[in-house]
Design a binder for this molecule. Structure first.
Ligand code: NAD
Ligand code: DAU
Length: 351
């Protein structure tokens, strides 16, 4: 792989992945970042990459559903591989309005697969970035394996499940060289603050109410985004074509425990709120998310055994670094808050 198209590279994981390849890995080729710049995209995440790597990094503002734009890209770019992150990614938004999810996550993936099918001489790998949410919800014990049947609960996870099936089908039917990774909840720098961890950090910092859905006992497995990026790059380089790899942090946590850890970390780092009130007092139990999956856990033995990947960051150290990043990067936070995040917050929780 010498010239990789990265879709959705201005989003949370895509921008961390591009930063990983350019600044931290041994990769010496170039990257073309294709992003439609939805509310979740942020050009600030990569503002140094264009000037630090003018010959190795370029950006094209385009919609993956735009067939002509994607065809033109392949014709003019000499790209040899695609790493596909672009998606609508927030479960709550998919419940409020599923259409964009069906369009981008299913139709967009189909469009890119068609491009790969039409140019077998050019595209040597299509890597599809997916989620553990395709497997549905677990009871108190057990973990999702690559062989677990799909059972998605939300419009988001159903759209990702459909896209995974399309990618597998294009491999079986047309022989497209693909790899798929299904990962658990990511956290870390540059995440749009509609997702639990950055939302709680910023609300805690500002003394705003912290919404916990239902009884707060839903369990997620958390993985630092840097570990996810290393895993994706490992799968792209060493993964067997046509194969799926589970990726997770081996860090199952109840939401309420994540939230209280963040409150305590912000108290420690930023000092207590006025009147010496601990930030745990900001927690409010609110109406549950419809179809809220109870528990996720990942069996990551395949990627460990076959490709030698395992996470480096523990949840405790990763969360500490993440809280510090959001507290220290005030300019990034202010610019995010001046846009879509603020209107989303007002819509959800009022002024
Ligand atoms: P994100 O919402 O932060 O970023 C998505 C990016 O895709 C944005 O930059 C957006 O502008 C772009 N995009 C959306 N629609 C597009 C379109 N039609 N054409 C071109 N670009 C478009 O998402 P994220 O959290 O970085 O997730 C990236 C991928 O990883 C998604 O496929 C998601 O399903 C998957 N994933 C996310 C997590 C997680 O915890 N965040 C975990 C597992 C898998
Ligand atoms: O599991 C991987 C998935 O993780 C990714 O595929 C998705 O793109 C990503 O958004 C994430 O989905 P979740 O729904 O798990 O993430 P979210 O941050 O929205 O919620 C995490 C948990 O916290 C979930 O159980 C719902 C709960 N929650 C969330 C928010 C935003 C709250 O209790 N309060 C909140 O305000």
């Amino acid at each position: 792989m010498e010239k990789i198209i990265v879709t959705g590279g201005c989003g949370f994981i895509g921008s961390n992945f591009i930063r990983h390849l350019l600044y931290e890995s041994a990769f010496s080729g170039s990257i073309i970042n294709i992003d439609k710049m939805t509310y979740a995209a942020n050009a600030d995440n990569l503002k140094d990459a264009a000037s630090d790597f003018p010959d190795r990094y370029s950006f094209v503002c385009a919609d993956i559903c735009d067939n002509a734009a994607m065809e033109n890209l392949i014709q003019t770019s000499s790209a040899d591989s695609i790493c596909h992150f672009a998606a609508e990614s927030h479960v709550d938004r998919s419940i409020a309005d599923p259409e964009a999810f069906i369009r981008t996550n299913i139709m967009g993936t189909y469009r890119l697969l068609e491009i790969a099918r039409k140019h077998p001489d050019r595209i040597s790998l299509f890597h599809h970035v997916s989620t553990d949410e395709v497997f549905g919800s677990l009871g108190a014990v057990g973990a999702f394996a690559e062989t677990t049947p799909y059972d998605p609960s939300s419009p988001y996870s159903a759209s990702k499940a459909a896209s995974d099936h399309l990618v597998s089908a294009y491999h079986r039917t047309y022989g497209i060289p693909v790899t798929i990774s299904n990962c658990s909840n990511n956290y870390g720098p540059y995440q749009f603050p509609e997702k639990l961890i950055p939302l709680v950090i910023l609300n805690a910092k500002e003394g705003r109410p912290i919404p916990v859905y239902g009884d707060g006992k839903n369990i997620r497995d958390w993985l630092h985004v840097a570990d996810h990026c290393r895993a994706i790059w490992t799968v792209m380089n060493k993964g067997i074509r046509g194969r799926t790899y589970n990726i997770g942090g081996n860090a199952e946590m109840r939401n309420i425990d994540v939230v209280t850890m963040i409150c305590d970390a912000v108290d420690r780092m930023a000092g207590p709120l006025d009147g010496n009130r601990p930030r745990r007092n900001l927690i409010r139990f609110v109406t549950d998310r419809p179809g809220h999956d109870r528990r996720y856990a990942m069996d990551c033995s395949r990627i460990g055994r076959e490709l030698g990947w395992k996470p480096k960051e523990s949840f405790e150290t990763g969360l500490e670094k993440t809280v510090r990043w959001y507290l220290e990067n005030e300019e990034w936070v202010e610019r995010v808050k001046s846009g879509e995040y603020l209107s989303w917050m007002k819509q959800q929780y009022g002024d």
